[in-house]
Design a protein around this ligand. Structure first.
Ligand SMILES: [Zn+2]
Length: 598
């Protein structure tokens, strides 16, 4: 991708320098009514001299696999020349505006965007600050994605700071340069009065921009983030950035993150920094998004770049991209000493619980979960647990299996770290393209000296995973504390609102599933006993019930009463933990130490 694009730019420069000035695209972002959540965008396109120009807004942003229709927040789009003479504008698709430019040298487009959605991938503007998600803010000229752009920010009068991974333009205040639109769309911008502090790690200058306040300890955060940076860099052997920006949005209750080439946006809970569990969770998010600067932003599957900003970009490899990253975020915390060995093992066991206790794991292969992220993972509904699996949790477990298999096959000489380092070198540095899944598998087999077809096959099927085959080799085992117990399962999840117990989910294969309980049913009585407001009566009945018991359940459905007969099936859910293997050999113990050592 990179090589082809460089050639195109050189060609264009040679061609245009003799005829006309190289086309220029400049943006200016200002804020007249931030309190009403608006930003004003001025886009100046010069040097094109076309009959007409199509400008487009992306429908999605890389890293977040959902068509978000950013153009729905665009309004009052107008175009004119430098003298202010209006040019006709016609909308020709949901996200395309055709401007009749009449071969004029300069086209000035003005539009407004509305932003009031709190997330790491949508615009949010209010009187305190503006977060600009670039794919939701900047339009591109159709066919000129390879083109550079310049962005000038005019902060609202009470704001004084700008944080972004874009390069500042020397001599032009508040102005930034993007070498192409892929980089522009990959560079979020925070404008306001954020608390900015910096640290150096792995030879890279890092900025943390804290938005929204919070009870964080700056010095602790700087040293803990630096430790994460050093550990992540050690895996790949090289840190490709000179500068990296963390934009942290602190809310009453926040989370989630989005990765970029030389920056990230993180959501956090404003007052969670002094709570150890919540703080370690935040560090896990830092490790996750930072790891992505190599794994997905540079080392990537062939389908994820160059991007089509007009439609879904399908890949079956998110179990590798998000799953491996989810495996390494906790492993990096373990290596930094933020997680004890046992805490780390139980976090992994948590992934097993999530995957194995979800009925969808037996329906949807994880590679298909990746392909269908656009219509399933990012669009969950009441049946999602029955029909889909997370490529984060299951991908992390497949990564664990690969890591342990390589460790065992090489007597601890190699592991998944070595695969990632070699893959980065092979595909990002040398070949300068994404990898095909079979190429990655071949590279792993080359390093491991054994086949890993079993693990890759498991990603494309719903066959059960034999965790202990891999864990035993390094002296650990997965145990199910529910094994041997005959526990009854009613099979519903509920919420209590206005004193009513309402069904929010029905588990596939449970008594409720077989007996026809529906989501949205209100549970009123069981075996003639009225269920009390808090659901305590329901719990009491279920705790004293046994497998095979029949329950007469009175429900209200759409305003009508109905009595259903439910037979309690055996609960198939497990309660998993990972513990040291009894009577492990010295070799197994030694491999386990390599796996979990700091
Ligand atoms: Zn991720």
């Amino acid at each position: 991708m990179k090589r082809i694009r460089i050639k195109l730019i050189i060609l264009m420069a040679t061609f245009t320098s003799s005829a006309l000035a190289a086309p220029r695209i400049l943006f200016e972002v200002s804020f007249k009514e931030p309190q009403a959540h608006y930003a004003e965008i001025k886009m100046e396109i010069s040097g094109l001299r076309k009959d007409y120009i199509d400008i487009k807004m992306p429908v999605w942003t890389p890293g977040s696999y959902l068509v978000r229709e950013y153009s729905r927040h665009v309004e009052s789009l107008e175009a004119c020349d430098e003298a202010g003479e209006r040019m006709p504008v016609k909308k020709i698709s949901k996200n395309t505006w055709r401007i009749t430019a009449g071969k004029k040298d300069q086209v000035i487009v003005n539009y407004r965007i509305y932003g009031f959605e709190v997330s790491v991938r949508t615009n949010f503007i209010d009187d305190a600050h503006a977060f600009l998600s670039p794919a939701a803010t900047f339009m591109y000229v159709d066919g000129l994605l390879d083109h550079p752009a310049e962005v000038t920010i005019v902060p609202y009068r009470t704001w004084s700071k700008i944080s972004t991974g874009l390069e500042p333009v020397a001599g032009k205040p508040n102005t930034f340069h993007a070498p192409d639109f892929d980089i522009l769309f990959d560079s979020p911008i925070e404008v306001g009065n954020q608390d900015i502090f910096t640290f150096e790690a792995a030879g890279v200058h890092h900025e943390i921009a804290m938005v929204g306040g919070g009870n964080y300890d700056k010095e602790r955060l700087k040293s803990d983030c630096a430790a994460i940076v050093e550990e992540a860099t050690r895996i790949f052997g090289v840190n490709p950035n000179k500068r990296y920006v963390f934009i942290v949005h602190n809310y009453q209750s926040g989370g989630g993150g989005l990765e970029h080439l030389n920056s990230t946006v993180l959501g956090a809970s404003r007052n969670g920094y002094q709570n150890e569990r919540s703080y370690v969770g935040f560090l896990g998010l830092v490790a996750h998004e930072y790891f992505h600067l190599w794994h997905v932003k540079r080392l990537r599957p062939i389908e994820l770049g160059p991007f089509d900003y007009d439609a879904e970009n399908y890949t079956t490899a998110l179990w590798i991209m998000e799953g491996f990253t989810a495996y390494y975020d906790n492993l990096i915390l373990r290596r930094c000493g933020f997680l004890s060995e046992n805490a780390y093992l139980q976090a992994l066991a948590g992934d097993v619980n999530t995957v194995e206790n979800r009925a969808g794991n037996r329906i949807q292969p994880v590679a298909l979960a990746s392909f269908d992220a656009w219509i399933k993972y990012y669009r969950p509904d009441e049946n999602s647990a029955n029909t889909s699996v997370s490529y984060y949790n299951k991908g992390a477990l497949l990564a664990m299996m690969l890591d342990l298999k390589i460790l065992a096959a090489t007597q601890g000489q190699k592991r998944l770290d070595d695969v990632l380092k070699a893959a980065y070198e092979e595909f990002y540095v040398k070949k300068q393209r994404g990898f095909e899944e079979h190429e990655l598998q071949a590279l792993i087999e080359d390093i491991a000296g054994v086949s890993v077809a079993d693990i890759f096959r498991a990603a494309h099927t719903v066959e059960p995973l034999d965790y202990n085959q891999y864990l035993n080799a390094v002296g650990y085992e997965l145990v199910d504390h529910n094994r041997g117990h005959e526990l009854p399962d009613f099979g519903v999840s509920t919420s209590v609102s206005d004193g009513r117990i309402v069904v929010t989910g029905v588990n596939r294969g449970s008594g409720a599933w077989d007996g026809g309980i529906n989501v949205k049913d209100e549970l009123i009585a069981i075996n003639g006993e009225r269920l009390d407001n808090g659901g305590r009566e329901l719990n009491r009945i279920l705790q004293t019930a046994a497998v095979g018991d029949k329950l007469d359940v009175l429900v209200a459905r759409d305003g009508k009463l109905r009595e259903l007969s439910i037979t309690l099936n055996r609960d198939t859910k497990g309660a998993f933990s990972i513990i040291p293997l009894q009577h492990a050999t010295a070799e197994q113990e030694s491999l386990g130490r390599i796996w979990l050592s700091r």
